[in-house]
Write a protein that binds this ligand. Structure first.
Ligand code: GL2
Length: 833
């Protein structure tokens, strides 16, 4: 390639090629240059935001230089690439991560300090990139970090939402949603106005036979929207590899049509077209574990999938290989069913545009895709009404019908006696209206299907996908237990703990091989080490207490046990169980003598998380937590013994402060409902203990850290179905302690009782689907054990240290290695040197 460029031109170019800063002074020069030129500011009007901007731009330059080199290297290496398709990437802030991953934070800190700024204040200026709802989106972000850190040639593909997840404000105890317009200033993206794809919607299909007698389908008419690429560099840790996250933004196609309208003076209608096009990538749907079946959502999905596949196919075609080689060059992972249309789109490209035969094309498709399932909750499984599909994507619906036909024919041949199975496994649900079952399409169109924790992967095989295990055999189904990146969740979030560990392990290698953490178990009896461990936890609690004071006005005692539940508000996650437990504790304190109170360990119960705007029950839970807080926090009898805090607008950057500050965190979903959970891993990695049910990754965490280091309680997944049945059809009594809690609520202790009747009635009258009452006693008792355990600080510290030491398994690097070996069959492309 180089030889094609004339020597003198090459020389001139090389002479001036962009250089990375490598000293504090060079960094300062770059930052100041950006502040003075790119931002047109000066020494006299450089506030913290401008200083952040200059610093970010300096680091961005650095990343993009490596980004360019990495992309060239990957092109020359010509190896199989991985594409991670996710509708959500919950990235959080980028600057601190960039500084730490390229190993330049200390120099930047000194450099900024000389320029008059504290690095912590500068980092805080950045807005979160909040393009996700919760665990699923954050997992995608952790995976990108691991893929880059492990030198895999990998790209993420997503949507560039103009509005990420809403900002949550709490007004009079209620959640209020405020739009998150985060793109005002975003130095971390590169618009690629030259990389665009035209995406078609609606229209109709014309079928005919060509001269050779071959059936041809042409998708015609409808509307065209343009996808524009925005690239976000993803720096690996301690490697020069800098991967790409490509986000698509929608805009009106710049075709003749608009010009003509404009020419004719139809300005308004021309602007309306523009806006309609831009709507596609305008907002992230704010539902976690819930699908609403809105047309715009399906439009988003096709827009993103079609643009990404066009891009992937274009890149493959440049290599001039035969189509059969596609799956040797390309692995595409479907993050949940949201990108399942990619299966259909690739089949369409191969048969309609590239002229392959159906069977040949389908083999390529299946070898290319892998599908990750993230939930068994029925309300979260995607289904699209056939009429909606027919209208928006007529050709795709035809292809789905054909995929289904061939699939059902093969099932019928193999299981001729099981006719009912056909309707059970059909991609099309025979309801009114008919529905397209996206999970089934994803299974049929992929060579591997995985769950995200052992229990969850077992559950999908025995419940929702049972028939498919019979059809395909068990080997198509596998497990990859989730993980988290220790770079963000230890190095960045807990620098002091990280430093202490590094001092014992002789460096930071454990951040690339987390199993090395095991070595610190040797220090569980080392007094000085323990003391420092304890001091760090205390300092992290002080840091959180400061945030609590600033945002809620409530002073909490950092010496109290910090008991934290932060995650999306959902009935299955059971924040209601937690707040009922808190009320129980409050009532107990109220009925105690002064002597008895003295024996009690002080607690701070901290909640955080967003409710989907349309999820009334979840919003009621937030309201109750806030009302309980208002009563408890002002009750003189209680004082420091109990404080109840709701931290508003829980997000990635807040999680970085919260996770290192827990003594105890709560992961208390009804058994069998939380596919994995990942904050459980973040809290334990930061030295907090957990109280939890036998659900999701809690089970594997227990196996790794030991049963004595975790507070497990509650019914098991295998018993849930029967209990629910019994609630509906048997005679049963609610837990007496829980009934006392309900009495207090009903008597108006926490404000208008009517406001909370839905919450209470779900348990009393409507079958207690989430088994709050069944688990209440065990939950309360286990909290008593926590109180006892916390009184023995030395033992508590032992548990904390042992747990951290044994968390090596939960790094997302291990996940990526498993995906690479089991599903993608890809190798890293390490930088030379
Ligand atoms: C989720 C699961 O609920 C959660 O348990 C899991 O840890 C993550 C990542 O695998 O995926 N599924 C889902 O739809 N959302 C999740 O967070 N939104």
């Amino acid at each position: 390639v180089e030889a094609a460029i004339p020597e003198p031109q090459r020389e001139a170019w090389k002479k001036f090629t962009a250089q990375e800063f490598s000293t504090k002074e060079e960094f300062q020069a770059e930052a100041v240059r950006h502040i003075e030129t790119t931002l047109a500011r000066s020494l006299f009007n450089c506030d913290e935001l401008a200083a952040y901007s200059g610093t970010a731009l300096a680091f961005r330059d650095r990343l993009v230089i490596e980004w360019n080199k990495t992309q060239q290297r990957h092109t020359f290496a010509d190896q199989k690439r991985v594409y991670y398709l996710s509708l959500e990437f919950l990235m959080g802030r980028a600057l601190d991560n960039a500084m730490l991953n390229v190993g330049f934070k200390n120099a930047a800190k000194d450099g900024l300090s000389e320029l008059g700024f504290r690095i912590e204040d500068i980092i805080k200026q950045e807005r979160d990139a909040a393009l996700g709802n919760g665990g699923l989106g954050r997992l995608a972000a952790c995976f990108l970090d691991s893929l880059a850190s492990m030198d895999f040639p990998a790209w993420g593909y997503g949507l560039r939402y103009k509005y990420g997840i809403f900002k949550q404000e709490i007004v009079d105890g209620y959640q209020v949603e405020v739009p998150d317009y985060w793109l005002d200033f975003n130095p971390w993206e590169f618009p690629r106005h030259d990389i665009t794809v035209e995406i078609q919607f609606y229209g109709h299909v014309r079928k005919y036979q060509d001269e050779t007698g071959k059936n041809v389908a042409v998708w015609e008419g409808g509307e065209i929207v343009e996808a524009v690429a925005y690239d976000v560099p993803i720096p690996g840790f301690k490697t020069k590899t800098t991967n790409n996250l490509r986000l698509w933004s929608s805009k009106a196609a710049s075709g003749e049509f608009d010009f003509q309208k404009f020419n004719r003076g139809e300005y308004e209608s021309s602007v309306a077209d523009q806006q309609r096009a831009e709507t596609i990538s305008a907002v992230l749907y704010p539902n976690d574990n819930l699908e609403r079946g809105k047309e715009l959502r399906l439009k988003q999905q096709y827009f993103w999938v079609a643009a990404s596949l066009f891009d992937i196919v274009r890149r493959f075609k440049k290599t001039k290989r035969a189509w059969a080689a596609f799956p040797d060059q390309v692995a595409i992972q479907l993050n949940d069913t949201h990108p399942t249309l990619a299966v259909v789109e690739l089949q369409r490209i191969l048969i309609d545009q590239e002229g392959l035969e159906w069977d040949e094309a389908w083999q390529i498709v299946v070898k290319t895709f892998g599908y990750t399932n993230h939930t068994v909750l029925p309300e979260a499984l995607e289904k699209w009404p056939v009429p909606l599909f027919q209208n928006l994507l007529p050709r795709h619906l035809q292809i789905i019908y054909d995929i289904n036909l061939y699939f059902l024919q093969s099932v019928e041949r193999r299981f001729p006696k099981e006719r009912e199975m056909l309707s059970r496994v059909s991609i099309i649900e025979e309801s009114q209206p008919k529905m397209v079952r996206m999970a089934f399409l994803a299974i049929i169109g992929s060579h591997k299907v995985n769950g995200v924790a052992e229990l969850h992967s077992d559950l999908i095989k025995t419940t929702i996908f049972k028939d498919f295990v019979k059809i395909y055999g068990p080997d198509k189904f596998t497990n990859v237990t989730n993980g988290i990146t220790p770079r963000r969740w230890l190095h960045q979030a807990n620098p002091r703990l990280c430093e202490l560990i590094a001092s014992k392990l002789g460096g930071y290698d454990f951040l690339k091989d987390l199993t090395l953490l095991g070595e610190i178990e040797r220090y569980v009896d080392d007094k000085a080490f323990k003391k420092e461990w304890q001091e760090i936890k205390y300092a992290n609690k002080v840091r959180l207490a400061r945030v609590i004071k600033e945002t809620t006005g409530v002073s909490v005692n950092p010496a109290a046990l910090f008991d934290i539940q932060v995650k999306r508000i959902h009935e299955y996650k059971r924040q209601q169980l937690n707040i009922f437990g808190v009320i129980h504790r409050y009532l107990a304190i109220k009925s105690m003598t002064a002597e008895e109170r003295k024996k009690l360990a002080p607690r701070v119960s901290i909640f955080g998380g967003k409710a989907a705007p349309g999820y009334w029950m979840a919003k009621t839970v937030i309201h109750l937590i806030n009302n309980v807080g208002a009563v408890v926090n002002n009750d003189k009898d209680v004082g420091d013994l109990l404080k109840v805090i709701f931290l508003e607008d829980y997000n990635v950057s807040k999680a970085e402060i919260i996770c290192p500050a827990s003594d105890l965190s709560e992961h208390i979903s009804t058994a069998g409902t939380e596919a994995s959970g990942t904050s459980n891993m973040k809290f334990v990695l930061n030295g907090g203990l957990i109280i939890g049910t036998c659900d999701g990754a809690n089970i594997e965490i227990t196996r790794e850290i030991g049963e004595s280091n975790i507070f497990l309680f509650g019914n098991l997944a295998e018993d849930v179905e029967e209990l629910r049945h019994h609630h509906l059809y048997g005679k049963y009594e609610l837990d007496p302690d829980l009934l006392k809690v309900f009495e207090a609520i009903k008597s108006g202790t926490f404000g208008d009782a009517n406001a909370f009747s839905g919450l209470v009635n779900a348990i009393v009258d409507h079958g207690d689907y989430y088994l709050v009452s069944d688990d209440f006693h065990s939950y309360i008792q286990t909290h008593d054990l926590v109180d006892e355990a916390y009184k023995n600080q030395d033992e508590w510290l032992t548990k904390s240290i042992q747990s951290v030491a044994r968390m090596g398994f939960f790094t997302s690097d291990r996940c990526i290695q498993e995906y690479a070996d089991l599903i993608w069959n890809v190798e890293p492309v390490p930088p030379k040197e």
